[in-house]
Design a protein around this ligand. Sequence first.
Ligand code: ADP
Length: 446
Amino acid sequence: MLPRLSLFALSQLAGGLAGAWLAGPWGAVAGLCAAPWLWLAWDGWQGARLLAWLRAGEGQQPRLAGPWGEAADRTRRLLRRGRQRERAADARLAAILAALQASPNGVTLLDAQDRIEWCNQTAQEHFGIDAGRDRLQPIANLVREPEFAVCLAASEPGAGVLLAGRAGTAARPVRLSVHLHAYGEGRRLLLSRDITQLEQAEAMRRDFVANVSHEIRTPLTVLVGFVETLQNLPLAEAERARYLALMAEQGARMQRLVQDLLTLSRLEGSPPPGLGDWVDAGALLQGCQGEAQQLSALLCPPGQGHVLAIAAPDGAGTGAAIAGSAAELHSALANLLHNAVRYTPPGGRIEAGWQPLADGGLRFFVSDSGPGIAPEHLPRITERFYRVDAGRSRGSGGTGLGLAIVRHVAQRHGAELQVASTLGEGSRFCIDFPPARVRGAAAGSA
Ligand code: ADP
């Protein structure tokens, strides 16, 4: 205030002095009267320029003198600081929304009337909503399941419900776990999570436990029965020996099951074999051939064994090697050969060997003249405990896990297991190894 009063007084003094100098005493009086008005007009003009600049909200700051200049400077600084704060708040909001957008779970922000304020891409897919089109739509109009309406009406924090996801189909249903959390003033956060795989894994775990229990229960019941008989009945030596042999058979069955289960769990729980160790393809097949011959001799009456046509050691694939785990590869090849022996009636023909592939890869094949597999079973035979003929499988010492092991080993070696079969004519199983895991195989045409 003081500077303005001083300016006013100074302008009056200057007006009086200028008037006196120009026109004497009357001039001084005129100068004294006119100067304040002139000063007021100039001051008003300065103020008007400042106001015009502030109203426009943009453009160059006017050059103003005195307090108006200072007011303009301070206003400009205040405006600049405000804009910086605004930009920082915008950036923070954008970062928070980007983080919510990146969330693997669906995030929907609801206002106090349960209308959609914002939702991320995952929530759009979960509920089939459109963030732009459906903004400020009541969520209850878009997610109409009665159980969701109950959950929405419930006021307890973290209320949750399981719903069917919109992206699901009859063949591939999607299950969502949906929860509501209160925040702010009456607002709610709707979180949705796709639990389809979790539920499938849980169902698989339940099935697996049920299957293993079932597989173990039968031999255990038999064993316990024989033990009771041996304890309570005075048996002849021959009969006793027969019972013990049967008990040993059941024990071996359980042992095989445990062995296969351990193999599977090792395959599932360890990193895939690297490319550093090379396994000789010919030697691998020779080892399996010996075992297959022994099994055939065990299962077939004397003189009626299988005709085993194993590709000669100098045939295709010899000299070739596969990068991977020798134990795993042996287990896969032996399982396929054993299956061929176990399912092909005595006297049947079994062929096995290596075939170079056109792309530089290598194929292991086993074909038999056994009963074959009906087409409806083919998609499922590599599932754990899936059997086409359970009696036959168990009768020949099968655990129902052989092909599941083969599939795992193939996957871990980047290979593909293929099965072709015609009912009544036989089956052909192939494992195609990729060129990256094969060396020394002549390019072939298979
Ligand atoms: P298993 O221990 O019962 O043989 P696998 O997983 O090895 O279990 O095989 C699954 C099912 O596939 C078997 O129960 C059998 O019905 C069928 N199968 C496998 N290999 C052959 C084959 N070479 N010929 C006919 N059926 C086969």
